[in-house]
Design a protein around this ligand. Structure first.
Ligand SMILES: NC(=O)c1ccc[n+]([C@@H]2O[C@H](COP(=O)([O-])OP(=O)(O)OC[C@H]3O[C@@H](n4cnc5c(N)ncnc54)[C@H](O)[C@@H]3O)[C@@H](O)[C@H]2O)c1
Length: 469
């Protein structure tokens, strides 16, 4: 999904919401139109875009000037919240789109946050630890006036982690002594007030979105003939039926995962260890490689290897060192591999009009943000594939971030089990709403359902806060 796709879908969804008489209380038709027009204006634009440059002296002595961003999209549902990305692909438009998606995600899951995103345009691998430390500190120096525990709360994203968050907290504390600095960032190390299980949360939630659909929601509908009768009208029901038949015949479900970082490696581990429904992780990939084994890859061994070497093994000697038996392909091959389920956990715009016809998976799970563009989404849904959208799937991290933010306030550390249970409970509540509305309603895509639920909440809050004119 590009920024334009996101804005277009917001506009389209608001047109449908105009027919919902319950949305804006007792107002005339004319007022309703006016309010929705102003909601559209507010929600398809950002509240604030801050661009700055970070100057760092490299180990070589050269000084480089690096563009850095913080985009605050909307805070009607709570303080701005969203990750900071270190990637060479970072640009203003990308950060803006990701900020839009954060507002929608938090509204969909009814978390008390709005949407923001940050980014620094570097490939972190090209920088030393000392340089990264300097960049992290300077990011906070540049943006501190616009951040804060009751204003805008960043978290990690691609290319950043708990180490970067800890550095940023340190700098934030130096700039704002006496402020509730621990609440100013989430995704920190556990030693520094981070929530137990935060690192795993997005990958766990990603796997859960698909697993719960097949293992729980599908069975629930089978026991409710009236609802099943309506759900079978959707071609996606057949896709679930086929997977269910496989498990009933004790055949494992094949799953392929693009991206083997924070989200992808954890989703792979969840699939590998899933006992209720056996899975074979037939392919995984990162920016350099796809590894494929039709009998399934040993995920714990691959995780152990990447913990030491960062990337997946990409040649025979490395495969031997990892103890992995796999065919090695180029990175994009994972997308078109023969599999039942494809989890996208890398970067944006991976399935587009250029490769959508080659996708074999019948269930596509968007662990990453915006990995399927609008055209491909419609194509896949029309063909009967299940596409579970990013704002539904990858909210595990921000849900646990909320607990991390809360635990600093109540000064009690949640146990890892409490964190997982709370995350799963919160997400399942939203899965139930979305899957019911999609399969039992007349929306074309699951994304349209998610946008509709999120925008309903946002428009209602804007109205109640007196922000519509
Ligand atoms: N980490 C979180 O809590 C979180 C929360 C919500 C959404 N997300 C989204 O999930 C996605 C992945 O985030 P992450 O935290 O796992 O990042 P990460 O940096 O830990 O891992 C990214 C992975 O993608 C791979 N990759 C990068 N470019 C690629 C390419 N062109 N082709 C194939 N693989 C490529 C990298 O090699 C790496 O394995 C991003 O879209 C991010 O915004 C992450």
């Amino acid at each position: 999904m590009t920024t334009n796709d996101t804005k277009h879908l917001i506009e389209q969804t608001l047109v449908h919401l105009a027919e919902d008489q319950s949305l804006l209380g007792n107002c005339s038709e004319e007022e309703r139109k006016k309010y929705l027009a102003s909601a559209e204006e507010i929600l398809t634009t950002t509240d604030k875009v801050i661009k700055s440059y970070i100057r760092v002296t490299r180990a070589t002595g050269n000084v480089v000037r690096i563009p850095a961003y913080r985009v605050q999209h909307n805070n009607v549902s709570g303080f701005y919240k969203g990750g900071i990305r270190f990637s060479e692909h970072v640009n203003e438009e990308e950060v803006e789109n990701l900020a839009f998606l954060m507002t929608l995600k938090n509204a969909l899951h009814e978390l008390p946050f709005g949407g923001a995103k940050g980014g620094v345009s570097i490939q972190p691998r090209d920088f030393t630890d000392r340089e990264l430390y300097s960049i992290s500190k300077k990011y906070v120096q540049r943006f501190a006036p616009d951040l804060g525990p009751t204003h805008d709360i960043p978290a990690p994203d691609v290319g950043t982690d708990e180490r970067v968050m800890d550095w940023m907290v340190g700098e934030y504390k130096a700039i704002n002594p006496g402020d509730q600095y621990l609440n100013a960032f989430t995704g920190k190390s556990v030693e520094n007030g981070g929530a137990l299980g935060r690192r795993e949360a997005t990958g766990q939630g990603t796997f859960l979105s698909y697993f719960w659909l097949l293992n729980d929601w599908f069975k629930q509908k089978k026991e409710r003939p009236d609802e099943q009768k309506r759900a079978v009208q959707k071609p996606q029901w057949q896709a679930l039926e086929a997977l269910n038949n496989k498990t009933e015949a004790s055949d494992p479900i094949d799953i392929a995962i693009q991206g083997f970082g924070n989200v992808g490696s954890v989703a792979a581990k969840e699939a590998f260890h899933c006992t209720d429904i056996p899975h074979r992780v037939v392919a995984v990939s990162d920016r350099y490689t796809t590894l494929y084994n039709e009998q399934g890859l040993n995920i714990p061994k691959l995780i152990a290897y990447t913990e030491m070497h960062r990337d997946l093994p990409k040649h025979e000697a490395a495969l031997q060192e990892a103890g992995i038996d796999a065919e090695v392909y180029p990175p994009e091959r994972v997308l078109t591999i023969n599999t039942d389920v494809l989890v996208l956990a890398a970067i944006e715009n991976q399935i587009t009009e250029h490769n959508m016809e080659d996708i074999k998976a019948t269930v596509v799970v968007e662990g990453a943000n915006a990995p399927v563009n609008a055209q491909a989404d419609h194509y896949l849904q029309k063909r009967g594939s299940v596409v579970i959208p990013d704002i539904l799937v990858n909210a595990g991290g921000v849900t646990v971030s909320y607990l991390e933010w809360k635990q600093a306030k109540i000064t009690r550390i949640y146990t890892e089990k409490e964190v997982y249970d709370e995350m799963a409970k919160q997400m399942i509540k939203t899965f139930q709403k979305v899957y019911d509305a999609f399969f039992l309603g007349d929306s074309d895509t699951m994304r349209a359902v998610c946008f509709s639920l999120a925008l309903k909440r946002l428009v209602s809050l804007l109205y109640r806060h007196g922000k519509l004119y």
